[in-house]
Ligand binder design. Structure first.
Ligand code: C2E
Ligand code: CA
Ligand code: CA
Length: 828
């Protein structure tokens, strides 16, 4: 059957099943919310009207019957409330309804018995009534259990103090007279006492609810209201009935009736579903109300004495004394709870303070001191009267690889392990701090000298290597340490400045240690300072320099010493630094080698040099079919013009992709491989496998290999035999002395001899004058370069130079290119 549109079904006759279905799901959710949210207020209005109606009744009989009405309506309201608001636990509400029903039943029974001429007191009516009230007590405690947290000892004590105070009054003026009434049987007395006893119980609960910290939802306020109204009726009733002054239709009946109406209203209020939700525990404040209530309650005993004295009543010493003692003890307990509360507040505050302080001064990952705390301790140490202070900067070697390969969690594990290892290898007086990342700092406060600091550094280097298992790999991390030492400072201000200096110096020393191969420590030397600071600055600048093309090449001609012809040019790189000016390779090449920047830089140099080499030779003009003039590139098969000699770093040639890169660059430039020479210093370990194959591949293409700075490195002659090469460059140091030192001359002669036998060419470097040139020529040296011929120059100047000296046959010539070496001398 197709579903009916929602709107149309009201117009269709309902089947019985549909009717049942509709009733089962009543109340419908949605548009009927107004009833749900306002039922309680309607009911309250109805209740007040009923109460007013009661007093308008003409006869006591009518009143007797009518009186039961609000109570019964309240029971219905409670059941309706459960249905409307569906509390997660309806049982306490059902209990409340049952309690009210029972007490109502008690009232009915009492009325009935009276009608039948039977004295209803004591009778089954009292059983119903008292039982009902007990159930109501249970229901309220059950309902409000979330509102009166067990931990709130203060409010419980307050309620007890009030209850005991009232109980004292009740006993003296209400219960004692009942007990002393000799006309009553024991059962009658017991039943009569049960009523005020329950009142005291209800009063205690009421006070407990009122004093509970936090704000109350409306349903709870209505419940409290019901209790207040009920007690406002019940207490006067008890006194009145004692003196026989109660009659039906007394104004106090209104209290009972309004009370009943409020029970029902509480259940009809939407917040009744949330009544059991625990409230946020709030601090109990001593408001004026609470203080007044407590003072009044605890002064009940003297009040009783005064009243008795004034009215001439008999003073019940044991009872008043007991009440006095109990109240006193409760007040003491309350004081204790106040003190306890204060103490916990103070404790919490102190805990919070230390925690905040700890967080501000410690590294969250390792729990070590942070930079702030470290600096503070350092200053303190420097303010001492005597002795040395040592600061160490530790940077873990290759920590990045752990992070990159296994993620940050693994990195964190390594850091924590290393931190712990550092901590345990130091004395208690020393401070270990984590400055951030993989940087640590250590303060040795017990006056160490250089030697002792070195011993500790050695221990820390070993400590850093603590093995850490990361995803199946056992990592053992190295470290580099920089140490700075100082005596104590003369003043507090001086200490602060000195602390800064010490930390900077240790940082610099650490950089030096890193540069000198990792896994070592270095003690700071003031002389290194300037140089190293510049190195550190340059290191960061290097990264941008490549992309911003701050480098440029110069070329120094290499002369055939027999003919004077320019056989080749050596490419030499310079860095036009934006602030420092033109920098010589010695200032940044070693740095670029340590950071790895040499690989992209070297690539740039090679491609630039190859393209320039093509452009060096006089261009041949040709006209294409479209009539555009272009440069005709020299044919790769027939090398033409001087070769270009490019310096390589060992780092570059060890890079596995080097041979491919070089081949690509050559192809892209159009340079004949025969016009390219690669210079490697003798110290570069050519036995590296990648280097070996790269050299083999490139030589197979026709690229030649030169051994640079020959004579200064460590290569033995036998090692030299194993390495295939084509050119040998004699280091400038031999050339300089060739004319003055007989031994150097012998070395040069020996090298030339060796070269002849190995069938390689020789280039003498750094020829500065004609005497040196003459000696080298006499000894049979084939090629030379040096300031005697030309200084390194930019491409345009080189082209002029080449044009002017094409076909020169006088080997004694000397041309000086525009002097620029001045700019290359590093600042002193
Ligand atoms: P090197 O390969 O021995 O280069 C020769 C150096 O000696 C050059 O210094 C050159 O200017 C200088 N020189 C040439 N003739 C004379 C002379 O008659 N007297 C004196 N006193 N010096 C002369 P430069 O340009 O400062 O280069 C220094 C070193 O930097 C080079 O030594 C080379 O090892 C390295 N280098 C230069 N350019 C590069 C490059 O592009 N890549 C790499 N990896 N290293 C380079
Ligand atoms: Ca060179
Ligand atoms: Ca050289």
């Amino acid at each position: 059957m197709p579903a009916q549109p929602a709107d149309s079904r009201w117009f269709l006759p309902l089947s019985v099943r549909q009717l049942v279905q509709r009733l089962r799901t009543w109340p419908p959710s949605g548009p009927r919310w107004t009833l749900r949210s306002s039922a309680w207020i309607l009911f309250l209005a109805l209740g007040v009207a009923m109460t007013v109606g009661y007093f308008l009744l003409p006869t006591a009989d009518a009143m007797d019957l009518y009186y039961q009405l609000p109570g019964m309506v309240a029971v219905v309201a409670i059941l309706l409330g459960i249905r409307l608001h569906r509390p997660s636990d309806a049982r306490p509400w059902v209990a409340l309804a049952s309690g009210l029903t029972l007490s109502s039943l008690g009232d009915w029974t009492s009325v009935l018995l009276s009608r039948l001429g039977i004295n209803p007191f004591p009778s089954v009516a009292d059983v119903f009534y008292l039982g009902g009230m007990l159930v109501v007590v249970v229901a309220i405690v059950w309902l409000a259990r979330g509102r009166i947290p067990g931990g709130d000892r203060a409010s419980l004590l307050d309620a007890l103090i009030v209850a005991v105070g009232v109980a004292l009054l009740t006993w003296v003026f209400l219960m004692a007279p009942i007990v002393s009434d000799t006309t009553q049987s024991l059962l009658e007395i017991a039943v009569a006492l049960a009523y005020p006893a329950i009142d005291i119980l209800l009063l205690g609960i009421m006070v407990r609810l009122i004093l509970a910290p936090g704000s109350h939802v409306m349903a709870v306020r209505l419940l409290i209201g019901a209790l207040v109204a009920f007690l406002l009726a019940d207490y006067p009733y008890a006194f009145l009935s004692l003196s026989g002054g109660y009659y039906n239709g007394n104004i106090i009946d209104a209290g009972w009736m309004i009370g009943a109406v409020l029970w029902g209203a509480a259940a009809l209020h939407p917040s009744m579903a949330r009544i059991a939700e625990p409230v946020q525990p709030a601090e109990v404040h001593f408001g004026i109300w609470r203080l007044g209530l407590l003072a009044g309650a605890s002064l009940m005993a003297p009040a009783v004495l005064v009243i008795e004295a004034l009215t001439g009543g008999r003073i019940d010493v044991p009872v008043v004394a007991t009440g006095c003692v109990v109240l006193f003890l409760l007040v003491i307990a309350r004081l204790d709870s106040v003190v306890g509360q204060l103490r916990t507040t103070l404790d919490q505050r102190r805990l919070l303070e230390t925690e905040l302080e700890r967080r501000a001064l410690h590294d969250p990952l390792t729990g070590l001191a942070n930079r702030v705390l470290f600096h503070d301790r350092l200053e303190h140490a420097l303010c001492r009267r005597e002795g040395n202070v040592a600061v160490m900067f530790i940077d873990l070697d290759d920590f990045k690889t752990v992070n990159d390969a296994h993620g940050h969690a693994a990195g964190d594990r390594v850091l924590t392990a290393v931190a712990e290892s550092f901590r345990s290898s130091l004395r208690p007086g020393d401070t270990v701090a984590r400055l951030g990342g993989d940087e640590f700092a250590i303060l040795l406060a017990e006056s160490p000298d250089r030697y002792e600091a070195g011993v500790v550094a050695g221990r820390l280097l070993r400590a850093a290597q603590v093995p850490v298992n990361v995803g199946g790999f056992v990592y053992s991390i190295g470290a580099s340490i920089g140490i700075s030492l100082a005596g104590t400072a003369s003043s507090v201000d001086a200490a602060s400045a000195l602390a800064d200096d010490l930390m900077r110096d240790a940082d610099i020393a650490m950089y030096v240690a890193k540069g000198q191969g990792k896994g070592t420590f270095i003690v700071f030397e003031a002389t290194e300072h300037k140089e190293v600071v510049r190195g550190i600055e340059l290191r960061t600048d290097l990264e941008t320099a490549i992309s911003e093309e701050q480098f440029e090449l110069e070329y120094q001609p290499i002369i055939d010493l027999e003919s004077g012809v320019v056989a080749g040019v050596e490419a030499l790189v310079r860095w036009r630094h934006p602030t420092l000016g033109l920098l010589a390779p010695a200032e940044f090449i070693p740095l670029a080698e340590t950071t790895g920047a040499i690989v992209p830089l070297g690539r740039w140099i090679l491609s630039q040099a190859c393209r320039h080499a093509v452009a060096m030779v006089p261009a041949v003009k040709s006209v294409t079919s479209k009539g555009v003039t272009t440069l005709a590139l020299p044919q790769p098969e027939e090398p033409e013009g001087p070769y270009v000699s490019v310096n390589l770093s060992a780092v570059q040639i060890a890079d596995p992709g080097f041979a491919d890169t070089a081949t690509e660059i050559l192809a892209a430039s159009g340079l004949a491989p025969g016009r390219l020479v690669l210079e490697l210093t003798e110290t570069a370990r050519l036995d590296h496998i990648a280097a070996g194959t790269a050299i083999h591949d490139l030589r197979a293409m026709g690229v030649r290999l030169a051994i640079d700075d020959f004579g200064t490195g460590f290569a033995s002659l036998s090692q030299l035999r194993r390495t295939p090469f084509d050119i040998l460059k004699i280091d400038r140091s031999f050339v300089t002395a060739v004319a003055t030192d007989a031994r150097d001359e012998a070395v040069v002669t020996g090298i030339l001899d060796l070269a002849r036998r190995l069938e390689v060419e020789v280039v003498a470097e750094g020829i500065e004058d004609g005497v040196q040139l003459a000696r080298l020529r006499a000894a049979g040296c084939g090629f030379g370069q040096g300031f005697h011929f030309a200084e390194p120059m930019r491409l345009p100047e080189l082209r002029t130079f080449l044009r002017e000296h094409a076909g020169v046959t006088d080997p004694g010539f000397r041309v000086r290119a525009r002097a620029r070496r001045g700019s290359l001398v590093p600042d002193a």
